[in-house]
Ligand binder design. Structure first.
Ligand SMILES: NC(=O)c1ccc[n+]([C@@H]2O[C@H](COP(=O)([O-])OP(=O)(O)OC[C@H]3O[C@@H](n4cnc5c(N)ncnc54)[C@H](O)[C@@H]3O)[C@@H](O)[C@H]2O)c1
Length: 333
């Protein structure tokens, strides 16, 4: 049985506690939060779980094997560092850290102590992303052309991070998980309208192999949109994450090119085939992910969403900030 201590019981923390508590080989020993009202919520829902306002009780707790850090990003580095120094495995929210330097230091510390770091990029465990990965790996889509994502809604405005750190952190993790090509450069543009932090942004990422990705993230949208298009040579797909049933539709559509007789003639023929919606695993992503964390500890395996995967996302977020500051200057990755 792996005993977990959870730090942070705000909006996301209760989901983490519920999922770890529901596992056969895991149980939540204690929860920490600075806000006494949140600790009262824990005691009401889980009378057997200990509560504390002091994170040292969790990081140094003698009867705790792993620490889940579910607090805002600025506190990830000190809390994860303390947990690792006390010999605990770590499950930490996205984005992993506030900087590449912090992420590198924590990865080195975990390696020296032979401890696991798992970064909660929850989307990687959804049925939709697992299906898209399968479609790409089995070459159903063919050579990848582009990845195009829209993730917009009204709010929630954050005080400490811009819309890229808040929303594109998800997209960067998904894109890095799905696209095997190497990201080469990034361009980010955006604007601040409300609280001095970028609330609308557009990011383009150039990959090796002529793959291009584009992200539109926005806290000032009147409607919520979660739509990703992935175009391949053989097939294309649309992932609408707000769709209750058929989240992914695969289109047997595309173009083939044939040169005409004249120098300026290019003949493009269009393929208009079937559309199908693959069946997706309905399991709750966090349930799959928390189980995977326990398995990685018990079998001493490196998770694919480890500190190094979290670092790649932070590196892209930092690069986006540099490009934004330069009104869309190209930043090499
Ligand atoms: N994986 C996902 O899909 C997903 C979704 C939402 C949020 N998140 C991430 O979860 C993290 C928390 O987000 P949230 O929306 O729950 O924030 P929140 O502000 O609602 O909750 C954070 C909680 O942490 C507590 N806290 C802060 N610093 C602390 C400290 N040093 N010791 C003890 N408690 C402390 C606060 O009192 C608060 O209750 C963020 O990193 C966010 O990016 C991830």
């Amino acid at each position: 049985m792996i005993k977990i201590g959870v730090i942070g019981y705000g909006y996301w923390g209760p989901n983490i506690v519920r999922n770890f508590q529901g596992l056969e080989q895991g149980s939540v020993k204690a929860v920490c939060d600075l806000n006494p009202k949140n600790l009262a919520r824990v005691r009401k829902s889980y009378p057997a779980i200990e509560t504390t306002a002091d994170s040292r009780d969790i990081c140094a707790g003698p009867d705790i094997d792993a620490v889940a850090v579910i607090t805002p990003v600025a506190s990830h580095y000190p809390l994860v560092k303390s947990a690792l120094e006390h010999g605990k495995h770590v499950f930490v929210e996205k984005p992993f850290t506030s900087s590449v330097a912090q992420a590198e230091e924590l990865i080195g510390l975990a390696e020296r102590k032979n401890l696991k770091i798992m970064v909660d990029h929850t989307f990687l465990f959804t049925g939709a992303v697992r299906k898209i990965k399968e479609l790409l790996e089995t070459d159903v889509l063919g050579t990848l052309y582009y990845y195009d994502s829209v993730r917009v809604n009204l709010g929630l405005f954050q005080n400490d991070v811009n819309v890229i750190w808040d929303l594109a952190a998800h997209d960067f993790a998904i894109m890095q998980h799905l696209i095997p090509n190497r990201p080469e450069a990034l361009v980010a543009t955006g604007a601040k309208h409300v609280n001095g932090i970028e609330d609308v942004a557009y990011i383009t990422v150039y990959f090796s192999g002529n793959v291009i990705a584009h992200f539109n993230v926005n806290w000032l949208s009147p409607v919520k949109v979660r739509r990703t298009l992935i175009g391949g040579e053989k097939k294309m797909l649309v992932w609408n994450d707000l769709e209750p049933d058929e989240k992914i539709k695969v289109y047997d559509k595309g173009v083939t090119k044939a040169d005409g007789d004249g120098v300026y003639e290019l003949l493009v023929s269009y393929r208009m085939g079937d559309i199908w919606a693959p069946r997706l695993d309905q399991a709750e992503a966090l349930n799959v992910e928390t189980q995977y964390f326990i398995d990685c500890i018990e079998k001493d395996e490196k998770p694919f969403n480890d500190g190094a995967a979290g670092l790649k996302v932070v590196a892209m977020l930092e690069a986006a900030d540099r490009s934004l500051a330069n009104r869309g200057g190209m930043v090499a990755l």
